[in-house]
Design a protein around this ligand. Structure first.
Ligand code: ADP
Ligand code: MG
Length: 321
C-alpha cells in the first residue's frame, strides 16, 4: 500500500505540474545519481524551423523542399513538420493504412499561394533517429541524416558535405534529400532549433543537488550536439545514437550509478525511458509512446521541475524512514 507521505508527495507534485505515475517513482527519483537528456524536443524546444535549403545538380531549392515534404507529410517528427510547413504545403495526412498513427486532418493552407502541390506517397517508412523514405510517382524519396542517406547513395558530393559541416558547427541539424530509384542527392535542408530557456539553469540546479553525471543522448550528429551541449552546460555527449543505443548508454550508466533517470520526448527515446530507473517525459512535446512509457510526466514541458521532483523524492524518503 502507498504510504500517506508518498501520496502527499504525489499530490504536491501534481500541484506543481509534475505527474508521478506511482509512489515508487517518487522515492526513486530522490536516489538518482545520473541523468541522461535527449536533445531535440527535450533540451531544445523542438519548435524547429527550416533555416536554409541548398540544392545541387539540376535541382532547385523548391524541388528539394517539395520532394522532402512529400514523404515528411507522413512524419510525426518535428523535422518533418518543419519541412512540410516550409514547403508551404497544405498539411494533408494521407490515410495510409500502414500508419497506425496517421489521422486525417483538415487541410490547412499554410502558404496562401499554395504553389507547392504535393502528390501522395506510398510505402512510407519512418526510421526513428535516422530519417524517412517513401515512393512518390514511382520514384524513391529519401530524407534523413548522412548515415541514413548513405544506405541509398554511395557518395555524398564533397562540396555539399563541407557546407553541411559548417552549418552543423553552428548548431543546425542538416537533413539530406535524395531521389530516384538509383538515388541521387538533391540537396540538404538545414534545420534550426532553439535551446529551451530553462535548460541551462536546470542543469546547474541538478549539479547543485549533487547529481554526479549528466549526459546528452541524441540521434543528431556530433557537431550539432556539441554546440547544444555547450550552451546548456553538459560535458558528456553521446551523438548519432539509434533508439537501442540510447538504451545501451542507460544500461552502462546504471552499472556505474545504479539509479539513473532519462528525460525524453520522442518515439526514439521510448526504449531508454523504459530501461531507466526513472523515465521522465515532456508532457506537451512528448509523443504518445514516450508519455506511456515514462514514470513521470512534466506538464507544460517545464524542464526545471525535474529538480523539484528530486527534492520531493528525497523528502518522501526522509519521512518514510
Ligand atoms: P533526438 O535524439 O535529438 O531527439 P532524433 O533521434 O529524433 O533526434 O533524430 C536524429 C536524427 O535523425 C535527426 O537529427 C535527423 O537527422 C534524422 N531524422 C529523424 N527523423 C527524421 C525525419 N522524419 N526526417 C528527416 N530526418 C530525420
Ligand atoms: Mg527528441
Amino acid at each position: 500500500a502507498i504510504m500517506p507521505t508518498l501520496l502527499s508527495g504525489i499530490a504536491n507534485g501534481a500541484r506543481q505540474g509534475i505527474l508521478f505515475k506511482n509512489g515508487a517513482q517518487l522515492e526513486k527519483i530522490g536516489k538518482v545519481r545520473a541523468i541522461a537528456f535527449d536533445k531535440t524536443g527535450t533540451l531544445t524546444t523542438g519548435q524547429v524551423q527550416v533555416f536554409q535549403v541548398i540544392s545541387v545538380n539540376e535541382y532547385t531549392q523548391a524541388d528539394v523542399l517539395k520532394a522532402a515534404a512529400t514523404v515528411e507529410s507522413y512524419s510525426e517528427h518535428p523535422i518533418g513538420k518543419a519541412i512540410v510547413q516550409a514547403a508551404g504545403e497544405t498539411v494533408r495526412v494521407f490515410s495510409a493504412r500502414r500508419f497506425a498513427k496517421a489521422v486525417p486532418v483538415e487541410s490547412k493552407l499554410l502558404n496562401p499561394k499554395g504553389d507547392l502541390d504535393l502528390v501522395g506517397a506510398v510505402q512510407v517508412q519512418a526510421v526513428p533517429g535516422q530519417g524517412i523514405v517513401g515512393i512518390a510517382q514511382e520514384q524513391q524519396i529519401i530524407v534523413g541524416n548522412a548515415v541514413f542517406i548513405q544506405q541509398y547513395v554511395t557518395n555524398l558530393p564533397e562540396e555539399l558535405r563541407k557546407m553541411a559541416q559548417s552549418l552543423e558547427q553552428e548548431g543546425k541539424t542538416v537533413v539530406w534529400v535524395a531521389q530516384g530509384n538509383i538515388a541521387e542527392v538533391m540537396g540538404v535542408i538545414a534545420i534550426a532549433d532553439e535551446v529551451r530557456s530553462q535548460a541551462a539553469t536546470t542543469i546547474t540546479r541538478l549539479k547543485k543537488l549533487g547529481v554526479e553525471q549528466i549526459v546528452m543522448l541524441t540521434g543528431d550528429n556530433q557537431e550539432t550536439a556539441n554546440s547544444v551541449a555547450k550552451a546548456v552546460g553538459i560535458d558528456r555527449v553521446y551523438a548519432q545514437l539509434l533508439p537501442e543505443d540510447k538504451l545501451d548508454v542507460i544500461r552502462r550508466l546504471q552499472q556505474e550509478y545504479q539509479t539513473v533517470a532519462m528525460v525524453g520526448d520522442g518515439i526514439n527515446d521510448a526504449p531508454a525511458l523504459a530501461q531507466a530507473s526513472v523515465g521522465i517525459a515532456m508532457g506537451v512535446s512528448g509523443s504518445d509512446v514516450a508519455l506511456e512509457t515514462a514514470d513521470i510526466v512534466l506538464m507544460a514541458d517545464r524542464l526545471e521541475k525535474i529538480a523539484v521532483a528530486m527534492h520531493l523524492g528525497r523528502r518522501s524518503q526522509i519521512i518514510v524512514k
